[in-house]
Write a protein that binds this ligand. Sequence first.
Ligand SMILES: Nc1ncnc2c1ncn2[C@@H]1O[C@H](COP(=O)(O)OP(=O)(O)OP(=O)(O)O)[C@@H](O)[C@H]1O
Ligand SMILES: [Mg+2]
Length: 404
Amino acid sequence: MTGPVVGIVGGGQLARMLAEAATPLGIHVRVLAAPSDEGASEVVPDVVVADPDDADALRAFARSVDVVTFDHENVDHDLLRELEGDGVVLRPSVATLEHSDKAHQRRRFSAAGIPVPDFLVLPGGSDVDADAAAAFAARHRDSGATSGDVVVKASRGGYDGRGVWILGEEQLRQFVDSWSGAPLVIEPLLRLRSELAVLVARRPSGEVVTWPVLETIQVDGMCNEVLLPAPIGEALRARAHAIGVQVAEEVEACGVVAVELFVVGAEADGAEQILVNEIAPRVHNSGHLTIEANATSQFEQHLRAILDWPLGPTDGASAAAMANVVGNGSDEPRSRQAEALAAVPGAHLHLYGKSPRAERKVGHVTVLAADVAAARRGAALVADVLAGGGTPIEEAATSTEGRS
Ligand SMILES: Nc1ncnc2c1ncn2[C@@H]1O[C@H](COP(=O)(O)OP(=O)(O)OP(=O)(O)O)[C@@H](O)[C@H]1O
Ligand SMILES: [Mg+2]
């Protein structure tokens, strides 16, 4: 075989979209997909079906490719370290992947002077210190800056708002007392002005690029929509880029890293503050719209970066929006494409080939338009049609008016 072989651990939609970006570049992709994984195997001919937790399968897979990268980071890090020690090229490295742990991130970033919410890490297991958690919540309540409610996060294994709980002081004690899982990160429930994402790509030889800053909109802790450009001033934009680059250097990123940001504080000039919520050391849902809206997509850039190839320009369209298609348990988006395209013929559909289990991201839609409000209306409408909502066009148009 000529050309590099990139191995992707995990066979979900991120592997699928990486493979779609690899084809025109002449990069061969091999995917290690668990039997339950849906997404990549529909479009990738070279799939090894085995659980990434199966040590022998992961070892054999890693040794059969030139570079190993990841669709998700829930892989045994000790095993990955062993592979790295044997000379397998992991991009990102295990040291970077460890930043998918929320407690590890918080400690590293706060030590490096990267702004993060105030936080407390409680060790996991059965002897979690409920008094320390209660004292943390009380201190924030008494400061008057927040309500006293806290956000409790499992340091590992959460996604899409799973593993994140908003709790009052009473509930906090009960929760912590009954917890026996991974370490917990506790932080005050902040009054967020908005949430942003900045994507950064970094290659081993040191080149770093960022994409235009995005606004992300979450519903019940799950990212639902992404808007380009984020409606922020130049100072905040420059700050978001600077923090993104600092994070990428700090975690020694290789490939794409997505940095989720909170905007807090008063809107008055200079009073707004950016805090890092969390990072993902890989391609990310917030960057899906880069496929159509930017000169180089996050998926192509990730491949270029992990192969240490020159990175591409990231200039963005004047306005774009992405909306996730979320399963409702019964309606199958793959029977509604024609209806969706009739609603917005210029919409870009991405259906991942996953069964539409409730609350599961099964696709996304990107719409480019003259302004963000129009792009957002279009993407939301098409996502709704695909999800089986079938909101009439006029109603969707008025209900989303002015929301951006
Ligand atoms: N301290 C906080 N104050 C206010 N809102 C918060 C706080 N922490 C988290 N949130 C809200 O909950 C959302 C999910 O939190 P977080 O990003 O930590 O979880 P996640 O499940 O890992 O997310 P993802 O969907 O990115 O996988 C955030 O995007 C934000 O809307
Ligand atoms: Mg998040």
